[in-house]
Design a protein around this ligand. Structure first.
Ligand SMILES: Cc1cc2nc3c(=O)[nH]c(=O)nc-3n(C[C@H](O)[C@H](O)[C@H](O)COP(=O)(O)OP(=O)(O)OC[C@H]3O[C@@H](n4cnc5c(N)ncnc54)[C@H](O)[C@@H]3O)c2cc1C
Ligand code: FES
Length: 257
């Protein structure tokens, strides 16, 4: 896997299935060969969500199987409510793949993935690909309670829940230090407080950590500047220069999501 330019496609993808896998969380499979051929873990699509929402909604590419692509989304507002009512056989207008994606070094054998809540969505695709390449993957997956997404086999999963119903009781970030010794690279996605927590961990200062950011987005491909953030290398657009950044490149005090 490497950073590379991928071709942007706008397609009407056919819905294969769209089911509620957890309360208010849907898994949608779409048929869209042109996007599937080009996609890297960590990239996303912009989805047109009906006539009543002007802006497309950004959603991570969650899995790829042949010509089919999955998105895993929480139903929260107008756009995702519209998406949740799509039926098999209907078309959904999507634009992608967008963004840079995660970069896994060729010689990294042991990957540590840290997911908070819906941050699991892009990390499953990364885990699938890494396992297929013969790498060892440990996933630290934190949720509020036992409404947890069933992650693929072939990876070591370590659970944390805020209410203690599964695994460690507390925040998933509390477990990170004990898994670092055998880790070559760390990848993370989740809510902003979790990412800020990770950014403050002294144990990670000298390590390779990539973080996927979820900012509010207007266009998704570098035109509107609504997703601009401050990094140590100057202002960057999350949709075009990210959504994946090196942890230590981001000026965390200035991030507002
Ligand atoms: C690169 C990227 C990848 C994403 N991947 C996923 C994913 O795989 N699964 C998933 O469930 N969500 C993902 N999101 C968040 C998703 O885009 C929003 O939840 C969605 O746009 C909400 O649309 P809506 O019309 O339903 O809600 P809206 O009515 O637009 O918003 C309702 C509330 O949702 C929150 N929200 C809206 N947009 C965003 C956003 N971009 N980021 C964070 N919170 C937002 C705000 O608090 C807002 O008040 C991703 C965001 C980005 C930028
Ligand atoms: S969302 Fe428009 S520039 Fe990033």
């Amino acid at each position: 896997m490497s950073w590379k330019d991928t071709r942007l496609n706008q397609v009407i993808a056919t819905v294969i299935s769209n089911i509620e896998v957890l309360p208010h969380v849907h898994l949608m499979w779409l048929e869209c060969p042109s996007i599937c051929r080009e996609t890297l873990p960590g990239q996303f699509v912009m989805v047109r969500c009906g006539e009543e929402t002007i802006l497309r909604r950004p959603l991570s590419i969650h899995q790829i199987e042949g010509d089919r692509l999955a998105i895993l989304y929480t139903v929260i507002g107008k756009g995702t409510q519209w998406l949740a009512t799509r039926q098999p056989g209907e078309g959904v207008d999507i634009l992608g793949p967008l963004g840079n994606g995660f970069m896994v070094d060729d010689d990294s054998r042991n990957l540590l993935l840290v997911a908070g809540g819906m941050g699991i969505a892009p990390l499953v695709f990364l885990a699938d690909k890494a396992v297929a390449e013969g790498r060892d993957v440990t996933l630290l997956y934190g949720t509020a309670n036992n409404d947890r997404y069933a992650v693929p086999t072939g990876i070591r999963e370590v659970a944390a829940t805020e209410d203690g119903s599964v695994g460690h009781q507390g925040m998933i970030t509390e477990l990170v230090p004990e898994y670092l010794e055998a880790t070559d690279q760390t990848f993370t996605c989740g809510p902003l407080p979790m990412l800020q927590n990770i950014a403050n961990m002294s144990e990670l200062e000298e390590r390779s950590v990539q973080v996927s950011l979820e900012m509010r987005m207007g266009c998704g491909f570098g035109v509107c500047y609504s997703c601009t953030i401050k990094t140590v290398d100057g202002l960057k657009q999350v949709c075009k220069d990210g959504p994946v950044f090196e942890l230590n490149n981001i000026v965390w005090e200035e991030i507002r999501i």
